[in-house]
Design a protein around this ligand. Structure first.
Ligand code: SF4
Length: 369
């Protein structure tokens, strides 16, 4: 547990969900499988859930540290509103301890170490519409740890027909799972490796809870979800591990869940590994396709492995370059050649949007609100 540098007045804080009081003024947070038992005046592992006066508060509520407009392909989601723009947001903190984190500037920071300003849940969809977005993504750091804010934003987004996306490490308890994912339209879940030793040593967590989350998503929700496996040379790129990971997905989730193999670049505490060679991603994709998965992608490199092809007739359906959609030949969600239905969410909401919303273009970087 971490000692808080600055204690705020409790009337300025948002009380959290998913906790219970314990003896001696401690609180038990059961939002994620860490199950932090937090003493008064301290925070949990994720930094942004704090015990103040024997109650758990969420410092991330209404306090985004990053707001940006991204292509949906950057999440990555290839079967969800292709070519659309997604209003993306994240806060400080994280419940994993990945040595290779590529957003460590916010995920490894406490709330008082990031530049954030208050954005109420009901303001978020208006910002998204002003910037021509069709969906909202909870991303950059782990959105589970600010689940209270996510749920309230989802309620506001529904009023405007905006869809919602979780980009998550999948480290959540069953007690909280439905409270959050029942409000979500799509997710990308990081399956960071397929060995407990990688999860234990390199992320400071465990593999099994992530696999359970993937099964709950498949069996108990209507959330459209895809999976990302960031391949780090020598740590999780063994072909035998890739085969086991692919076989697990095929057996437990079926052949139609898209799988993205993405390239690592040295960052944060993992500076001694090289960038992932393109050949590693080509080989992983070949293994996953051979295993029987239908939609397998390569990311963070320029590659034909970014395209969507029909698993039945091999016809090119969506052609991409990095995060850009160059051509989309889908016909009502099906292959234009053999009419095989391609699983995914291809249509935007038909719900009327607020009139007079200004549509703007370009790369916004971090928005200045
Ligand atoms: S969400 Fe944060 S405080 Fe709660 S159990 Fe997980 S790491 Fe601990």
């Amino acid at each position: 547990m971490s000692e808080l540098k600055i204690l705020q007045k409790t009337d300025e804080l948002h009380e959290g969900r998913w906790w219970e009081p314990e003896a001696g003024g401690r609180v038990h947070c059961y939002l994620c499988p860490r199950h932090c038992h937090i003493h008064a005046g301290q925070s949990g592992f994720c930094f942004i859930r704090v015990n103040q006066g024997g109650k758990l508060y969420s410092l991330g509520y209404g306090a985004p540290a990053a707001l940006q407009v991204d292509p949906i392909e950057k999440k990555p989601l290839n079967h969800f509103l292709p070519g659309s723009r997604v209003f993306s947001m994240g806060t400080a903190g994280c419940n994993m301890g990945c040595f290779f984190c590529q957003n460590w500037d916010i995920s490894k920071s406490r709330q008082d170490q990031v530049r954030s300003q208050h954005v109420a849940p009901e303001e978020v969809p208006l910002l998204a519409l002003q910037h021509g977005c069709d969906s909202l993504a909870f991303t950059y750091n782990e959105p589970t740890i600010w689940g209270e804010y996510v749920v309230d934003i989802c309620a506001a987004a529904r009023e405007y027909g905006l869809k919602t996306v979780m980009v998550s490490n999948g480290y959540i308890t069953y007690q909280a799972f439905h409270d959050i994912y029942d409000h979500i339209d799509a997710a990308n879940i990081d399956l960071k490796a397929f060995t407990e030793s990688f999860y234990g040593k390199t992320t400071l967590t465990h593999l099994q809870p992530v696999l359970e989350t993937l099964e709950w998503l498949k069996k108990e929700t209507k959330v459209w979800f895809e999976i990302t496996n960031l391949m780090i040379p020598t740590l999780n790129d063994d072909p035998a591990e890739t085969r086991k990971l692919s076989e697990w997905i095929l057996t437990h989730l079926g052949p139609d869940v898209p799988l993205h193999f993405t390239a690592f670049h040295p960052d944060f505490k993992l500076q001694d590994k090289p960038r992932t060679p393109a050949e590693t991603l080509h080989r992983a994709r070949a293994i996953a396709l051979e295993t029987g998965l239908h939609y397998v992608y390569e990311g963070n490199i320029f590659s034909e492995g970014a395209n969507t092809c029909c698993p039945k007739c091999s016809q090119l359906i969506v052609r991409r370059s990095w995060h850009d959609v160059l051509e989309n030949r889908l016909v009502e969600g099906a292959c234009p050649e053999c009419s095989l239905v391609i699983p995914g969410v291809w249509e935007k909401s038909s719900k009327p949007r607020a009139s007079g919303i200004r549509k703007t273009a370009g790369n916004y970087g971090h928005l200045n609100l």
